[in-house]
Ligand binder design. Structure first.
Ligand SMILES: NC(=O)c1ccc[n+]([C@@H]2O[C@H](COP(=O)([O-])OP(=O)(O)OC[C@H]3O[C@@H](n4cnc5c(N)ncnc54)[C@H](OP(=O)(O)O)[C@@H]3O)[C@@H](O)[C@H]2O)c1
Length: 320
């Protein structure tokens, strides 16, 4: 696989769960990768790390000069209690990093011709049953507001004539490469404790994507010149929360999974997991019409095979 054929790609916010997975994928596909991070690398690899602060112009801008593509993943995790200061950082880390990337691209003499921008499928809010596509209206509340601010800043920051692709990404399931395994690690731990059952009503949608398919989408966004604008990055078969946990239990060989009532989650999530209970009490079903129309084939269209892949490679068990 040498689809990237020496292309130089800058990944802003590439030091985390998704960034390390993507960096590895790009390198294996023949790319040369530079990660922009606020700190020294947590894990070394066949890429270079350049320091930035995610908001101020500096020497790091030179890494964009002559690059073939930039991918922007930077953003403080939303997996936390939504105190005012956390909310502020969730917003600023996304908008300011996007803005300063746009400023940098206006300074360098040879800016990347394509910018692939992370966004969130949570922009559709938490409709209980509707299946959202790229044509659906955006939702209301904190997460949709963040998504809109992020994408609006991207639209303002993109260079005239630069190809831009936004990936509104759902819950990514993947392995731990030294920067955590996202929310799947927590769900795996809960499952191991025998608590991986229905949460609240259990009918809330859980849209997901295997990291391998997400990495393939980022690669396609870089190499396929017809790709432009907003796409939903999510497997074509989203499931309910109760179905997700049933499949996870099966993959992990855990026969029981006690349910949690809404009141338990509202008390337990902030107390034991320092997170926002609404992340599990609500959800959404999203499916990409554009990827289907443009002929993208998912390697992992179904959850069972996706989770089995992670378990088979001992990735999931290792991660939790
Ligand atoms: N994981 C998912 O299921 C999922 C789904 C949809 C969207 N996303 C989005 O994808 C992106 C990456 O997710 P992830 O799971 O890899 O998260 P992660 O492991 O927490 O990594 C987040 C990255 O953002 C950078 N970052 C954090 N706070 C920052 C700040 N204040 N200013 C600049 N950079 C900052 C971090 O870089 P340094 O600390 O090295 O500077 C890190 O590389 C995030 O924007 C997230 O919202 C994730």
């Amino acid at each position: 696989m040498a689809e990237l054929n020496g292309k130089r790609i800058v990944i802003a916010g590439g030091s985390g769960f998704l960034g390390l997975s993507l960096a590895e994928h790009f390198v294996e596909a023949g790319g040369q990768v530079t990660i922009l991070s606020r700190s020294q690398p947590k894990r070394s690899g066949r890429w270079e790390t350049v320091t930035w602060d995610g908001r101020t112009p500096g020497n790091w801008m030179e890494s964009l000069n002559g690059a073939d593509a930039v991918v922007n993943l930077a953003g403080r995790t939303v997996n936390c209690i939504k105190t005012p200061d956390h909310q502020d950082e969730i917003l600023r880390s996304r908008v300011e990093s996007t803005r300063v990337l746009g400023e940098a691209m206006r300074v360098v003499s040879s800016p990347p011709p394509v910018w692939v921008q992370m966004s969130t499928a949570h922009i559709y809010g938490d409709p209980p049953t509707a299946v959202c596509s790229e044509e659906s209206i955006e939702g209301i509340g904190f997460a949709p507001m963040i998504g809109r601010a992020w994408e609006s800043e991207f639209a303002r920051s993109q260079l005239p004539g630069q190809r831009g692709v936004i990936l509104r990404t759902s819950f990514v399931i993947g392995r731990d490469r030294g920067a955590g395994s996202g929310a799947l690690g927590t769900l795996g731990l809960i499952t191991k404790l025998g608590l991986g059952g229905r949460v609240g009503k259990g009918t809330q949608g859980l849209s997901w994507i295997h990291e391998y398919d997400l990495n393939r989408l980022f690669t396609r966004a870089i190499t396929e010149h017809s790709m432009s604008g907003i796409y939903i990055a999510s497997a074509p078969n989203p499931v309910s929360q109760v179905e997700f946990m049933r499949t996870l239990r099966k993959s992990m060989g855990m026969p029981i999974g006690f349910p949690a009532f809404e009141w338990m989650v509202r008390i337990g999530a902030p107390l034991f997991f320092r997170t926002d209970p609404e992340l599990v009490l609500y959800g959404r079903y999203v499916v990409s019409k554009r990827l289907a129309n443009e002929g993208f084939t998912f390697t992992f269209p179904r959850l069972e095979a996706a989770l089995e892949d992670l378990c088979r490679k001992k990735m999931l068990r290792h991660a939790i």
